[in-house]
Design a protein around this ligand. Structure first.
Ligand SMILES: NC(=O)c1ccc[n+]([C@@H]2O[C@H](COP(=O)([O-])OP(=O)(O)OC[C@H]3O[C@@H](n4cnc5c(N)ncnc54)[C@H](O)[C@@H]3O)[C@@H](O)[C@H]2O)c1
Ligand SMILES: [Zn+2]
Ligand SMILES: [Zn+2]
Length: 387
């Protein structure tokens, strides 16, 4: 089969790989019909995630058709159209039993700090991902769902991560009626978090980024006020002025460990490797939320140390909430919002690219060229089926 493979930082290509096989009775093999590239894939692409091995296939956002099932699979049949959450979970361990399906203990037994994720390095279990024609889906009775009536393929695809993560970020913010919510990052996760904050009662939503075309999307898609942090002297002071000098009630970090905007952090992280990234946006979040407020962190941070302003968070009495999104938990509400017309997640998709051209798609998304926000990948075999 054809599959995207990692060749080293900033190098990916499409190669011929063995089609995955059933390895366990509860596995399914899914023929991928659509996949997407996530901002999280950029951390891998930039070589920032430990134990990203040559030959690994990325891709934790995908939908497809069940091609084969193991002998114990009960909830799926060959031919079912399925959406697969990015978390791999066993469904029965201590954590899964408590709904912490992104923190499953069984799917990544070599690690205590992170669960299993498709196509996200051996740090998260070494599972090959869905930017390929076929993918092995473990615990097939737990993760995937048949795509329900009324949910388009592209909307189902957005629910496998970005939309569910943005919605979860807004949930963790604990937004109350009338609250002011600031979202750092106008990528897919930030756009969905901003839009979801309204669904949770926000009175005001402000999105911060420095890419004009993304801020424009934040105004159109998420009905947010926007601030270009590159155009103001001091983004924290600017946000304070916008929020009665008290600060926002809720701030969501939808940027993660590769934030732009602070030279010193860049030098100590990217150049001298003194920390595992530049948590500029997270520090801005801690500074611009009001005392007693909540910071919800959706942006990804690797296992390495990052210089975060913990003392200020303590002295301000902040609530810090974060996790890898437990994707499937968000689906019932999101189905309702999409069916009622309150939400059309596919509106943020800017690029639809054949799998064979995925190297270029990574370059365009990574360098933020061609007004790229969200790229959907179409395997050749899927395009052929659709035609
Ligand atoms: N927790 C989870 O489960 C989960 C799931 C999906 C993605 N993520 C993470 O969420 C983050 C966002 O994902 P995405 O797909 O939207 O990525 P993306 O790269 O498309 O978007 C990130 C945006 O942040 C902006 N940005 C950079 N520095 C900034 C700063 N200092 N202040 C404000 N904005 C800044 C960039 O210009 C960009 O528009 C990534 O770190 C990703 O790894 C986490
Ligand atoms: Zn992701
Ligand atoms: Zn589990």
């Amino acid at each position: 089969m054809r599959a995207m493979t990692y060749r080293g930082p900033y190098k990916v290509r499409v190669e011929e790989k063995d089609r995955p096989r059933i390895e366990h009775p509860n596995d399914a093999i899914v023929r991928v019909t659509l996949a997407a590239i996530c901002g999280s894939d950029l951390h891998l692409y930039h070589g920032l995630m430990p134990d990203t091995r040559i030959g690994h296939t990325f891709g934790h956002e995908f939908i497809g058709v069940v091609d084969e099932v193991g002998s114990s699979v009960e909830s799926l049949q060959v031919g079912d159209r399925v959406m697969v959450p990015f978390n791999i979970a066993c469904g029965t361990c201590f954590f899964c039993a408590r709904g912490l399906i992104s923190n499953c203990h069984n799917v990544n037994p070599n690690a205590t700090a992170v669960g299993g994720i498709y196509g996200y390095s051996h740090t998260t279990g070494g599972y090959d991902g869905g930017q390929a024609e076929y993918v092995r889906v473990p615990f097939a009775d737990v993760g995937p769902s048949v795509i329900p009536e009324g949910i388009s393929d592209e909307n189902a695809l957005m629910m496998t991560d970005a939309l569910s993560t943005g919605y979860f970020g807004a949930q963790l913010g604990g937004t109350r009626e009338g609250d002011t919510v600031v979202v750092f990052g106008a990528g897919p996760v930030g756009l969905y978090a901003a839009r979801s904050s309204w669904l949770m009662g926000a009175g005001r939503v402000i999105v911060v980024d420095y890419l004009d075309y993304r801020l424009q999307k934040a105004r159109e898609f998420a009905y947010a006020e926007t601030v270009d942090f590159g155009a103001v002297d001091d983004i924290v002071l600017h946000l304070k002025r916008m929020t009665d000098h008290l600060g926002a009630d809720v701030v969501i970090d939808a940027v993660g460990a590769e934030a732009d905007g602070n030279l010193a952090q860049h030098i100590t992280s990217a150049k001298f490797k003194l920390q595992g990234g530049s948590p500029v946006a997270l520090n801005w979040a801690i500074d611009s939320v009001r005392k007693g407020g909540t910071v919800s962190v959706m942006g990804a941070y690797g296992p390495l140390f990052s210089a975060v302003k913990f003392g200020d968070a303590l002295n301000k009495g902040l609530t810090l909430r974060m996790n890898q999104a437990p994707v499937k938990r968000q689906w019932p509400r999101l189905f309702e919002h999409i069916r009622s017309g309150a939400l059309d997640p596919s509106a943020i998709i800017t690029h639809r690219i054949p799998l064979e051209h995925i190297a270029e798609a990574y370059h365009v998304f990574s360098s933020k060229l061609d007004d790229c926000i969200k790229t959907v990948i179409v395997p050749e075999s899927a395009a052929w089926t659709a035609a």
